[in-house]
Design a protein around this ligand. Sequence first.
Ligand code: OGA
Ligand code: MN
Length: 314
Amino acid sequence: MEESFTCTKLHPTFGASVDGVDFSKPVSAQVIADLVKAHTYYGVLVFYNTGLDDLTHCEFSKQLGELERAPKFNSPDQPDRFSQPWLFDAGNTLIDGTLVQKDSRRWHYNKGNALWHVDSSFNQHRSKYSLLLSHRVPKDGGDTGFADIRTAYDDLPQEKKDMLEDLIIEHNLWHSRKVAAPEEFSKITEQEMAVKKPAYHKLVQVGPDGRKTLYIAAHSKRVIGWPDDKGLNLINELLAWCSQPKYTMAVKWQQTTRQLVWWSNITVLHRATPFSDQMEIRDMRRTTVFDDGPFAHGIPDAAEREMRGDLPAA
Ligand code: OGA
Ligand code: MN
């Protein structure tokens, strides 16, 4: 008999929890296809008690597309805490199991996750999915917030949609670090700048379900062809619009562990929320799946076009 699963809505317009997927063996191609269909519709899928480990987490993720190798933005000699090179460390421990200390560069770096964002928009080849697996969660707090940017886009007035339609945004990892921790990241080392240069993507995009969405994040630094402050004002206005309470929900992480949350980096925003990070361990590991759709590589020549003046009028 073919396996099947059921989805339970988490919010009126997006998100669902999923029951009935057996992760103890490879998931069949038919179930993967059905899951992708459900994910395309909901934008966020939550699975409880998956029993996944590092290897099976990566193997399931690979069934959804090509995986990004976890970047080492904290420092290039950052040691690997995990056996799999695909796993991004979204937790608060060091390799020796001690907590990331308050006021260390990594602690300041992690603050950027608390801003509304999508993963990897600062890459010219962006990602479509992230799959975050809990290994250990704090007693209180540490929920992950999500915002429905398809509905937020739909609700914009038509004149605004027309104004936004052709804009191109510069995404820069160091911008979100600076916004979250201005004292620490007022200076970016040359080495840091060299590991992550800006990327350029269209603001208004068509998601995998054919609905329009806003590709915006805390990494969004400026609008190409616009004065910096005018562009940043628009970006901040749109981030505030998208994160109005009516478009958002929070996913709680159950104590029972190995909960998986699979989100879209195209149709939803997400952010981390506070917990007692100097008292409790939160061990979270993430795979990130490259986008292979029509907007996957953004507008790589946007900065050159800006220099030539070949861009939409400000
Ligand atoms: C991430 C992220 C949020 C969280 O892993 O990309 O933003 O709640 N995580 O850990
Ligand atoms: Mn993230």
